[in-house]
Design a binder for this molecule. Structure first.
Ligand code: FAD
Length: 303
């Protein structure tokens, strides 16, 4: 371990890297153990150096965006966790917006509004990064990333940069080719249309109002825990099974929206995992439908 620490300090000198960094400071759920090495590359070159270094020394690595669709287990993550906070540039060229993976999706929709570009309103309240949104094919209110994406620049796991068009990204409901390939999204290009500033703003205000009305935004959470089962709504099935307010440890099924699990009292990742398992089982017994998590659970449990 110490030898690798020394190697990191010598070979990756100018890259910001924190050792043994608690991830609960970064996750939306406010749970998660430490990352061995938490890295913040400032540009593409640093990102590539990190990946090449980790591959060379056989150190596992993972990239995170805003950690809004994640439960990091309490034992944390071994190896490198690469955060994109410093890669957040957004540029506009005509009706096209190009955003680096670390740009906030909400900020990107604000840039669209500023330039009176329509098509991105659906995403104005999704608290992910651009990279995480492409990875997940994030969507809301009838829209999804696949509808506006033109192409994404990616870094393959073995360190090659490629540009993939929307068709190559094989988007499905909350799924994309990125999930299967393990590649990193570096940036994404979105095609929008000219619109009316006030109408775009009105629509964004309407969607954000609906969100605040229905979702427990005042608590740490990971958004909708489950994918929408075919022909049903996860939240409704959970509510009908009598599970609103059902709690394990410090995590409970939201009273406001049963599809959300909120961290109400210093909950842990283990509380989340136990509650997810219990809800799946109780809903299956009540309705015969097996819920499938949308949230991604990563890292190691505490021993
Ligand atoms: P993270 O949670 O950081 O990561 C998710 C996955 O993406 C991980 O496996 C990670 O490794 C991978 N990843 C992240 N960045 C990259 C990258 N650059 N390259 C490759 N892989 C990457 N989602 C919706 O779709 N619609 C909603 O309406 C919605 N509402 C939400 C409301 C709340 C209050 C919350 C907390 C969440 C909500 N979400 C919603 C979930 C979440 O915001 C989205 O899934 C979002 O796209 C995740 O982006 P992220 O940057 O936070 O990804």
């Amino acid at each position: 371990m110490t030898q690798i620490h020394e190697q990191i300090k010598q070979e990756l000198t100018d890259i910001e890297i924190r050792f043994d960094a608690p991830l609960k400071d970064y996750t939306y759920t406010k749970v998660g153990g430490p990352a061995d090495y938490l890295a913040f590359p400032k540009n593409k070159a640093e990102l590539i150096r990190l990946v090449v270094f980790a591959n060379e020394y056989n150190i596992p690595w993972i990239v995170l965006g805003n950690a809004s669709n994640l439960i990091v287990r309490d034992g944390g993550i071994r190896g490198f966790v690469i955060l994109f906070d410093r890669l957040d540039n957004i540029t506009v060229n005509g009706y096209t917006i190009e955003a680096e993976a670390g740009a906030s999706l909400i900020e990107t929709t604000k840039v669209a509004l500023y330039h009176s570009l329509t098509g991105f309103e659906f995403a104005c309240g999704i608290p992910g990064s651009v990279g995480g949104a492409v990875f997940m094919n994030a969507g809301a209110y009838g829209g999804e990333i696949a509808h506006v994406l033109v192409s994404a620049q990616i870094l393959t796991r073995d360190g090659q940069i490629k540009t993939l068009e929307t068709e190559d990204l094989r988007f499905g409901y909350r799924s994309s080719f990125i999930q299967d390939s393990g590649a990193i999204v570096i940036s994404a290009k979105f095609a929008l249309s000219p619109g009316d500033y006030h109408l775009i703003q009105q629509e964004m205000n309407r969607l954000n109002y609906l969100r605040a009305l229905k979702q427990p935004l005042e608590y740490p959470s990971c958004g909708s825990v489950f994918k929408r089962p075919h022909g049903y709504f996860a939240g409704q099935l959970i509510m009908e099974a009598g599970l609103k307010g059902y709690r394990i440890g410090g995590v409970e099924v939201s009273q406001k929206h049963a599809g959300f699990m909120i961290n109400v009292d210093q909950g842990t990742a283990q509380d989340y995992e136990n509650l997810i398992a219990a809800v799946i089982e109780k809903v299956r017994l009540h309705s015969g439908v097996t819920l499938e998590p949308e949230v991604r659970i990563i890292g190691e449990a505490l021993e």
